[in-house]
Design a protein around this ligand. Structure first.
Ligand code: IMP
Ligand code: MG
Length: 185
């Protein structure tokens, strides 16, 4: 299948996509670059833990982890989605919390997309409180519309357009996660 035929992709079940924003090849190339950057960013004898924020990051995390050429650990987080909320970390309800200790590890939180920044603003203080050796963010997409992020992502795959994007893990009402490209609806 060619990426340019995405609007006819059998994975959409007949639903129309507006346009392909990032092809599978573009994503693969960028993920390889990010993998190399993360590989070089940490001393190889220090433990590195990737924490994927589910569900949206599951495809990106799978590819990114394999592009990082050094030992690493993988775990996940599932945070409940409250509506518009305060930035207080007390509001975060974690449905799944990493079982491994963050203490003394370099932690990279892996996100699919930063939109309003509400999610990150809640999770960062919570993770920071567990005393990781360092804590950084790696997001595949950044809409650059959040203006009060407690921390800017150190690694960003693409600056995304202000459209609703699906595919490569990103969903609309749980659909489209299995598109190998990223499209706008
Ligand atoms: P934020 O808290 O507003 O930054 O939103 C973060 C979460 O909202 C992401 O991890 C996604 O799960 C979801 N999200 C935000 N924008 C989009 C989009 O364009 N497509 C799909 N999901 C999105
Ligand atoms: Mg998400």
């Amino acid at each position: 299948m060619r990426d340019s035929q995405g609007t006819e992709d059998p994975r959409t079940g007949g639903r129309q996509l507006r346009r392909i924003v990032y092809t599978a090849a573009q994503i693969a190339g960028r993920v390889r670059e990010l993998g190399l950057e993360l590989t070089m960013a940490y001393s190889h004898d220090e433990p590195l833990l990737l924490i994927g924020l589910l569900k949206g990051s599951f495809v990106f995390l799978a590819d990114l982890a394999r592009a990082i050429e050094r030992p690493l650990y993988v775990d996940f987080m599932v945070a409940s989605s409250y509506g518009a909320g305060t930035a207080s970390s007390g509001d975060v309800r974690l449905l799944y919390d990493p079982e491994v200790s963050l203490h003394d590890r370099h932690v990279v939180l892996v996100e699919d997309i930063v939109d309003s920044g509400v999610t990150l603003n809640r999770l960062i203080p919570l993770l920071e409180a567990r005393g990781p050796r360092s804590l950084e963010l790696c997001t595949l997409l950044h809409k650059r519309i959040a203006n009060d992020l407690v921390r800017e992502p150190r690694w960003v795959g693409f600056d995304a357009p202000p459209e609703f994007l699906v595919g490569y893990g990103l969903d609309q009402a749980e659909s489209f996660r299995n598109l190998p490209f990223i499209a706008s609806l």
